[in-house]
Design a protein around this ligand. Structure first.
Ligand code: FA5
Length: 346
């Protein structure tokens, strides 16, 4: 009996010291102290012992039992400490694990806008910012579109509650075009003026493949002595050829905007039907890319520029329409859809 108790002690102290997980320790505990565990079963043999043997074996059994219990408890603590150290980074295996990062990229509109900025930067046009939430004055009135003028119907405007803003009710709005930068730029930069202003615009639109309620525009304004429609034609062509290549077919059509005279629509041939007319171009064979024209003398005056000394040209381009044409995208609502299948094509 004495030797088997010593053997149990020797074997299990060895197993306990080699245990690496709490699960292994639980198994050892059960093997010793479970219903049929080796320590549990031992006292059943005591009845066969003589009284003097019992006197010797009893204390030995108790001592070994206690020693094994404490050895298990001690090892449990050690394993817990190692586990904690691993969790907190101490003793952590820092071998590099191959995790392939997902590559993101700039949104196609942002990529395209960077291209446009570079191009106009080289032509000497400086960047100019104008607010998205603006007043009726900058978005309309100073651009020769007085209140109640029928031309206001050209822009389906989203007005903003102006309570607490100190602005008259009905005079605060989400800008409908980047033309709200024109007067500010004239007043801030002075002549000669070459500026571009780029950013979001908002309209209460009936959305379709060519119209969204939230879209981008960029405004180009060039004011100097003797600037004419020839400059407008030349710059339009230079810009569109740089973006689409020398093959692009473009045209200028007379178009009315109250802040230019004469006014023009800059159009590119529809890439989907090659000018034949389809659903995307609305059956006309051309996509309108920009509104443009010679800046109206009243607008120059409102911007603090003498119209008898200076003249100017301005454009308002829609980058989404340009990208549609460049990459053959059939519906510009895709740009704001957040659909990765679409965005990952760029
Ligand atoms: C304007 O907004 C004028 N401010 C442009 C201008 C500037 C004229 C300077 C003269 C001088 P228009 O509403 O046509 O014009 O819009 C200009 C361009 O913005 C359009 O040709 C088109 O490319 C784009 N655009 C207009 N509305 C939307 C829309 N709802 N969704 C996407 N693009 C649009």
């Amino acid at each position: 009996m004495e030797s088997s108790i010593s053997q149990i002690k020797k074997d299990y102290l060895d197993k306990i010291s080699r245990a690496k997980t709490l699960k292994e320790l639980d198994d050892i505990f059960l093997a010793l102290f479970g219903k049929n565990g080796e320590i549990t079963l031992l006292p059943k043999e005591f009845s066969k012992l003589t009284p003097s043997e019992k006197q010797k074996i009893g204390p030995l059994f108790n001592a070994v039992k206690t020693e094994l219990e404490s050895a298990i408890e001690k090892r449990r603590e050690e394993i817990r400490e190692v586990g904690y150290a691993e969790l907190t980074g101490e003793g952590l295996d820092l071998q590099p694990v191959e995790v392939k990062p997902r590559k993101g990229h700039l949104h196609p509109i942002t990529q395209f806008e960077k291209e446009i900025i570079d191009l106009f930067d080289k032509l000497g046009f400086q960047q100019f910012d104008a607010p998205h939430v603006d007043t009726d004055e900058y978005n309309f009135e100073l651009l020769n579109i007085p209140a109640e003028h029928p031309a206001r119907d050209l822009w389906d405007t989203l007005y903003i509650d102006s309570k607490n803003s100190g602005i008259q009710p009905g005079k605060l709005l989400l800008r409908t075009h980047t033309s709200n930068a024109q007067i500010r730029a004239m007043r801030d930069i002075k002549t000669p003026l070459r500026m571009m202003s780029l950013g979001r615009c908002f309209r209460y639109e009936a959305v379709d493949a060519r119209h969204n309620h939230t879209f981008e525009q960029f405004e180009i304004v060039y004011v100097d002595k003797r600037v004419s429609m020839t400059n407008l034609q030349y710059l339009s062509e230079t810009f569109l050829k740089a973006i689409f290549g020398p093959e692009i077919k473009t045209r200028l059509r007379p178009k009315y905007f109250p802040f230019v005279e004469p006014g023009a629509g800059v159009e590119g041939e529809c890439v989907f039907c090659k000018g034949k007319g389809c659903r995307i171009c609305g059956g006309v064979g051309w996509l309108e890319l920009a509104g443009a024209g010679m800046i109206h003398p009243t607008v120059l005056q409102n911007g603090g520029i003498n119209p008898s000394e200076y003249s100017g040209i301005a454009w308002g381009f829609g980058p989404e329409r340009l990208i549609m044409l460049k990459y053959g995208i059939a519906d510009l609502r895709e740009f704001l859809s957040g659909d990765l299948k679409f965005l990952e094509k760029f």
